[in-house]
Structure formats: structure tokens, C-alpha cells
Design a protein around this ligand. Structure first.
Ligand code: F3S
Length: 637
């Protein structure tokens, strides 16, 4: 006989997490562990746990425990007051409340404190609902089919028991929406439950007999049974394989049996039941079992999976990824910008591709990433750019040793300082925040890291050549142009004139004496210069600054008539006299015999460098650029 198992059957991740935590606690504490009530609604599992020294205890009996004893809160969760009580008694609490249920606690607590009336769609006797009610001081209105809703507050926050049927939720929500003035609704029905119910519904329409496996007190198993019974009148409810009637196992008429199991039914019970009913008794490779095992392994780190958003808030989205545990997509795996709101990017029911980065976090979720998919695509694009020598646009974010770090869709690219500009840049911070076009000059995968190096040099060189060609076209001798000082040497300064470098020789800076260009010019100074010579063939350009100023020897005879008295600065001594600067570029000589009325051996005996002295003009020769002076004629020295 053919046995078909509904793919979503057995332990949901919330229950699996609770059982795993209990066993882990038993191993690590090495003493008796307690669970507040039976950990799950399945006698076989409860017995298995007892064999492992994990015992259920009721709240009324906790006074029998001692300080430091370990007590596990089961996946259904408990009222807030119970946690406080356990805390006060200083027990070692392991809170295995299913994260979906914890989420409901948070919602209820928040909106209750904001003044909303709370409606829980569910069974008032179920421990999960009792727990939820304990987060709004037990003031919730509880309804599973529309009862208790005659008078409700104006502002309502409505949530559902995680195992509630969709129809009940819709019915109660419908009534509440009509009666209240403001309704905030959170459909907190767990998708694990909804999906189980949907698959059980489908399968039960296709089979001769439907076997529903689960504990008698398990509400979600009871709901599965009710759904299957509607479609297949031969639906049976069993706790384990031992309860499957022999007439079913031995029947020749039954061709197809469907199996589903509640969220608290462990795999081993499902396997036993399938083995018992299947034609192949030694069925290590039974298709269904293989599927179950396969099902457990199907998600691996690095897999790209398609998921449907089940719930979403600003900071995280939960996705159904077709695996027994749902996926968690945190904001930081979507965007590095903490101000982004996930609700602005996605909504419930959106299908998105995501990458698995952890098979199970501490809450039992598969952790997913969108950024990692984008990163993978970005690596691919960068590799292509490297191979095809194409350009990519990157954003510079940080200055590091020897260059900057730029990012292409969250992939780091190092750009060496020498590849950022064609000339030396003192402060690389000016690039931070800029978007630059770069070529990829290195793409190297070494083990698990990929080294990517970018460069602007080749791009800048092409641009530079274009600009230079056009500048050389325009340059003419005698032109007055603007240039930026880029480099200073002892023999001159190099200026950039529209992309072309020209030399301003030290002798061309001033008519006066300049011992080195740095005394007059600074890097980045913008100065007007005259084009002295242009060699377009050899691409050589010489410049002059002093040409823009009148030659001071030009009308020296008019400016300094013989016999006139001038004031000048002592600038240089020599054996035969002293040079006096009359103006920049015009130095005159006072012979040693013309310095003092006294006999002196050297000028420094009576004069100092930098001193201003009066002198009489004795002679002027414009051609030889010589002016003779007498100091003693106008001074008493
Ligand atoms: Fe949690 Fe859903 Fe299971 S609420 S305990 S994962 S059925």
C-alpha cells in the first residue's frame, strides 16, 4: 500500500527548539531538570524526557524546588507574573517559549500599556492563551468563534493563538472591526500550523485513509484531524503506530494512505507509523522516510532560497522558505543603513531571494541575508569588469594606509593613493564620500578572501591626454596664462597650465634676486605667468613671472638722476664695497672708499645687512646695469 506523508509534518521548529534545549540542559547541568507542565503534548516524548531525567512539574508544586534548580518554560510560554515568580525564587530559568509566542507577548503588553483592549482569538483554556492573557493583566477578551464580543472597548488590539484556524480568525476580526472604532490587528497564526493544515487538507482529499498522529491534548493535532475528517471520512487519530488498527495495516482494499502529524509529534513516531503501514517493511530507503531526512538537510549555509514574507516590522522580516524552520531576515542583512525601515522595502506575501547564512540561530530560525546575495552579484560584476577591462562606479568610504577603501555594493575595493590622481595628493580625505569611476586592475581570489584593487590612473590618463592635446594647440609665446604650482625645486617651479606642465625658472620669477623658488611660491598657488617659449614637438614649455612686471633697468636714468640722494637697503658685502638695493632688481654699488670718512678695512665695520642707508648717485649705466653710490657724502660715518 502506498503511504504518503504531508511534507510539513511533525515537530515545528518551536517545539524542536524546546526539546533540544531541554536535552542540552540535562547534559550540561547533570542533574534533574524540570519543565513547567509537560514540555509538549505528546506522551511518548514526555516519557522519553523522563528517561533523560527531565520531569514535568506544575506551578502549584514549585515550592518543592530549591534555589538554583533548573526549570524550563515550554514553547507555549507563560504569563509575565509566572516568570517574575520563578525569578524571585532564584531558579535557573531556561525560557524555551517559541519566538512566535514571545512576539505575541510583546505586542499584547505594548498595546495594553497604550490603552488598547486586547482580543485573543483562541481557546481560553489553552496554556498558550492563558500565557498571552498574562501579559495584559488577564484582561483580554478571548473568543474562538465570535463569542464574548458583545461589548468591547473602542480601541482594540487583536491577536490569535498560534494554532488557531484561519476561519476563526477572520470571523472574530470581522466582528471586532465592525464594533470597535480603532482596530490594530496582528495575524499571529503560525505559518507552521497554517501550512500543516493546508497540506493536510490537500492530502486528505487524495487518499483512502488518513492517519493523523499526535498527542490527545495537542490542539494543533486535533485541528488537523478535524480538517482531514471533512475530506476523508476514514480519518483516524492516533498517538503512535501501536494505535493504528490492524484492519488498516492488513487491508487489501486500501490503496493509498495519507499521513500527517501535529507540531509536537517527533520524527521517530512518524517513521514507525509509516514503516508499519508501508508495503516495504525493511524500508531504509522508503521514499517518504528519505524525503523526511532530505527535508531536514535541505537548507545549507550558502544556499540561495526563495522565501515568502510572513510577518514584517521595521527591523526584521520572517519568511517561509519551504523548510521546517522559518527564516529570519534582519535589517542589517538588508541594508547597512540603520535608518532604513524594512516596511518601506517589503510587505507581507512578497517573494524574495535570500541567502542562508546560518541554519539555526539561538531562537531556531534560519538566518537569511539579502546583502550576501547582492555581494555575490557584485563580486561577479567586478570579476567581469576585471576581465573585460570595463569601468565600475565605486563609493569611497575610508582612508587607509597607502590609499582608500571604496565599495561597490558592499564589496571592498582598495585604491592605492598613486592610482587616485596623476599627481601626489597630500590629504586623501578629500575623496571620502565621492563616487569615482575606476577600472579593476587586480581581482585575486586567495583561499576564502578576494583581493580587489581599483585604479583611476588609466581613466585619468586618457582624459588628461585629451586636455593636454587641446592646451598644446592653444599655447603661443607671449600669452598670459594661469597656472597652478605643483612642484618646487631649487632651479625653478613647475606649473600646471590646463593639464600641461611648464617650467618657471628661478631666474624668471623676479627681476630681483630670488635664491630659491620656495621663498616666493607655495604648492597650489595659482599665478599668472607669461609663456616664454613653446616647443610643441618636444612638448616643452617655459614660463616667466617677471615678464609681467616692467624691467626696472628700463628707465633707470630717469628714476635715479646723478647727484640725487636715495634711500636703499644694504643687501650684500664684498671686499671692494657694499651693494645697496634701490628697488627689487636694481642693486647699486658703493665702493669701500665711498662708505665712510674714516679708514675702514671692510664695509661690515660700519654697516649691517638689512640696514637702510641714504646715498648719493654718482653714476648710472643702463647698458652694463651698474649704478655707483656714495654713502659718506650724505652721512657722517
Ligand atoms: Fe511556535 Fe508555531 Fe510551533 S508558534 S511552537 S513554531 S506551531
Amino acid at each position: 500500500m502506498n503511504v504518503k506523508l504531508a511534507p510539513k509534518s511533525g515537530f515545528c521548529f518551536g517545539v524542536k527548539r524546546a526539546v533540544d534545549e531541554a536535552i542540552e540542559a540535562s547534559n550540561s547541568f547533570n542533574k534533574r531538570i524540570y519543565t513547567l507542565g509537560p514540555l509538549i503534548h505528546n506522551n511518548s516524548v514526555v516519557n522519553y524526557l523522563i528517561e533523560n531525567d527531565i520531569h514535568p512539574i506544575e506551578l502549584k508544586d514549585i515550592n518543592e524546588l530549591n534555589t538554583g534548580d533548573v526549570i524550563i518554560i515550554r514553547s507555549h510560554g507563560v504569563p509575565k507574573a509566572v516568570i517574575e515568580e520563578l525569578d524571585n525564587k532564584k531558579f535557573n530559568i531556561i525560557n524555551a517559549t517559541c519566538p512566535f509566542v514571545s512576539n505575541i507577548h510583546k505586542i499584547v503588553n505594548k498595546y495594553y500599556n497604550l490603552g488598547y483592549g486586547i482580543v485573543i482569538v483562541g481557546d481560553s483554556n489553552h496554556p498558550e492563551v492563558i500565557g498571552i492573557n498574562g501579559w495584559c493583566e488577564n484582561n483580554a477578551i478571548i473568543s474562538s468563534g465570535g463569542e464574548n464580543l458583545d461589548s468591547i472597548p473602542k480601541k482594540i488590539c487583536i491577536v490569535a493563538q498560534t494554532t488557531e484556524k484561519k476561519e476563526s480568525w477572520e470571523k472574530v476580526l470581522n466582528i471586532v472591526t465592525k464594533k470597535a472604532e480603532e482596530v490594530i490587528s496582528f495575524n499571529t497564526i503560525c505559518t507552521a500550523t497554517a501550512e500543516r493544515q493546508r497540506q493536510a487538507d490537500e492530502l486528505s482529499k487524495q487518499v483512502d485513509v488518513m492517519v493523523v498522529i499526535g498527542g490527545r491534548q495537542s490542539s494543533n493535532t486535533t485541528k488537523l484531524y478535524e480538517i482531514c475528517k471533512r475530506n476523508c471520512k476514514n480519518t483516524i487519530y492516533v498517538e503512535n503506530s501501536g494505535e493504528i488498527p490492524e484492519e488498516i495495516i492488513n487491508s487489501k482494499k486500501i490503496k493509498k494512505i495519507g499521513v500527517t502529524a501535529g507540531a509536537s509529534t517527533p520524527d521517530w513516531i512518524i517513521k514507525e507509523a509509516i514503516l508499519k503501514m508501508s508495503d516495504e517493511k525493511n524500508l531504509e530507503m522508503n521514499e517518504q522516510l528519505a524525503y523526511m531526512e532530505e527535508y531536514d538537510k535541505r537548507v545549507a549555509v550558502g544556499d540561495v532560497v526563495k522565501g515568502t514574507i510572513i510577518t514584517i516590522n521595521e527591523k526584521q522580516a520572517f519568511l517561509n522558505i519551504g523548510y521546517k524552520a522559518d527564516g529570519l531576515l534582519p535589517l542589517e542583512e538588508v541594508s547597512k543603513d540603520p535608518s532604513v525601515n524594512l516596511n518601506d522595502l517589503y510587505k507581507v506575501s512578497d517573494e524574495i531571494n535570500v541567502k542562508v547564512i546560518s541554519r539555526r540561530n539561538e531562537d531556531g530560525y534560519v538566518v537569511l541575508s539579502k546583502i550576501e546575495i547582492e555581494r555575490q552579484e557584485a563580486y561577479e560584476a567586478l570579476k567581469q569588469a576585471f576581465e573585460n577591462k570595463s569601468l565600475v562606479e565605486v563609493e569611497v568610504r575610508e582612508v587607509v594606509k597607502g590609499g582608500v577603501l571604496a565599495f561597490y555594493k558592499n564589496v571592498r575595493i582598495f585604491i592605492p593613493a598613486s592610482h587616485l590622481e596623476l599627481y601626489h595628493i597630500e590629504d586623501l580625505n578629500k575623496f571620502v564620500g565621492e563616487n569615482l569611476e575606476v577600472s579593476i586592475i587586480e581581482y585575486n581570489q586567495i583561499k576564502r578572501t578576494t583581493k580587489i584593487v581599483g585604479s583611476r590612473r588609466s581613466i585619468l590618463k586618457v582624459e588628461q591626454k585629451k586636455v593636454q592635446d587641446s592646451t598644446w594647440e592653444k599655447l603661443e609665446e607671449g600669452q598670459i596664462v594661469k597656472g597652478e604650482v605643483r612642484r618646487l625645486t631649487d632651479f625653478g617651479a613647475f606649473l600646471n597650465i590646463d593639464g600641461v606642465d611648464g617650467l618657471l625658472h628661478v631666474s624668471e620669477i623676479s627681476w630681483g634676486r630670488v635664491s630659491k623658488p620656495a621663498d616666493v611660491l607655495k604648492i597650489n598657488d595659482i599665478v599668472e605667468v607669461c609663456v616664454l617659449t613653446v616647443d610643441k614637438e618636444k612638448r616643452k614649455l617655459s614660463l616667466s613671472l617677471k615678464k609681467l612686471v616692467e624691467n626696472p633697468w628700463e628707465n633707470v636714468e630717469t628714476k635715479y638722476p646723478i647727484e640725487s640722494v636715495v634711500l636703499g637697503k644694504v643687501v650684500r658685502f664684498c671686499d671692494f664695497g657694499v651693494f645697496i638695493e634701490l628697488e627689487p632688481g636694481v642693486d647699486a654699488l658703493a665702493h669701500i672708499s665711498q662708505i665712510s670718512h674714516k679708514r675702514i678695512n671692510k664695509p661690515s665695520e660700519v654697516l649691517e645687512i638689512g640696514e637702510m642707508v641714504k646715498a648719493k648717485i654718482l653714476d648710472v649705466n643702463k647698458e652694463t646695469k651698474k649704478i655707483g653710490l656714495s654713502i659718506k657724502e650724505v652721512n657722517e660715518i
